[in-house]
Design a protein around this ligand. Structure first.
Ligand SMILES: NC(=O)c1ccc[n+]([C@@H]2O[C@H](COP(=O)([O-])OP(=O)(O)OC[C@H]3O[C@@H](n4cnc5c(N)ncnc54)[C@H](OP(=O)(O)O)[C@@H]3O)[C@@H](O)[C@H]2O)c1
Length: 252
């Protein structure tokens, strides 16, 4: 076990699968106490079991990021277990609104806003003053290159992530007084349930992603973990969007 994040308490939303799971396990392996939050209690508990088996510390808190009462409960459970929160990783995000803007149902739009934008805003804004009481901390919001490249047929996803970028910059300004750094991470493509499912289901999808980047492959989750650690650490960095996209934006 490393000790880069010893004595730190980290909340990871969407911490049960894909990159979120790797982030949860990665922070625990560096000495942090981790709160694993996603909708399914059992999936969160499986990650906690893995962390504990390796000698780490974690709790599972079932949390739907589209339900404010769940988010209140997540905050209370985290403080009840560990007394403080130092790092919040707003990783949970969905895309249930693929397709042309004219075809998107209002209910899908609302769900995207709730999970990708309103939930991270509510969680961050309610936890920031409490982080401040314990000397500050770091908030990391997961965007996507879609927030910057605004591709057709992913418009609602791109819009929620672009709006979260705006809130990242506002949060950085408003919470600097409490020694809280607020940054965003915009990954390109990396292996996850979401990505691997799309590669399998949609002909040409994987090839398209590989061809779009200067580094011609889909990233491994570990390659996204290092940028997360950088933003979580005592970096002289706030209000930015760190892009980890294999050169996708540069190639456009
Ligand atoms: N994969 C990529 O290539 C890629 C690229 C750019 C950006 N991103 C962004 O990176 C983040 C993680 O993506 P991923 O691909 O790792 O996702 P993923 O493999 O689909 O995993 C999603 C995680 O979020 C949880 N989750 C889903 N809906 C939730 C909700 N309403 N409330 C709370 N938790 C929820 C899931 O667990 P439960 O089912 O138990 O809730 C799971 O732990 C997202 O913000 C995504 O937009 C991904």
């Amino acid at each position: 076990m490393g000790d880069r994040f010893r004595d730190k308490v980290v909340i990871v939303t969407g911490g049960s699968r894909g990159l979120g799971r790797a982030i949860s396990i990665g922070f625990a392996a560096e000495g942090a106490s981790v709160v694993v939050a996603s909708r399914k209690a059992q999936s969160c508990q499986a990650v906690v079991d893995t962390i504990e088996a390796a000698g780490g510390t974690a709790i599972a808190v079932a949390t739907h990021m589209g339900r404010l009462e769940d988010i209140d409960n997540l905050i209370e459970a985290s403080y009840a277990a560990f007394g403080r929160v130092d790092i919040l990783v707003n990783n949970a995000g969905i895309n249930v609104a693929f397709g042309p803007l004219s075809d998107i149902a209002p209910a899908a739009f609302d769900k995207m806003i709730d999970v990708n934008l309103k939930g991270p805003w509510y969680l961050s804004s309610r936890i920031a003053p409490r982080m401040g009481e314990h000397g500050g901390g770091a908030i990391i919001n997961f965007l996507s290159v879609a927030a910057l490249s605004t591709p057709a047929f992913s418009g609602i996803y791109a819009a929620t992530k672009a709006a979260l970028k705006a809130l990242t910059e506002v949060g950085a300004q408003e919470w600097a007084q409490w020694n809280i750094r607020v940054n965003a991470l915009a990954p390109g493509s990396y292996h996850s349930d979401l990505t691997d499912g799309a590669i399998e289901a949609i002909p040409g999808y994987g090839e398209g992603m590989v061809n779009a980047a200067l580094i011609p492959r889909v990233a491994e989750t570990e390659e996204i973990l290092n940028p997360v650690f950088y933003l979580a650490d005592e970096a002289y960095t706030t209000g930015i969007t760190l892009v980890a996209d294999g050169g996708l934006m540069a190639k456009r």
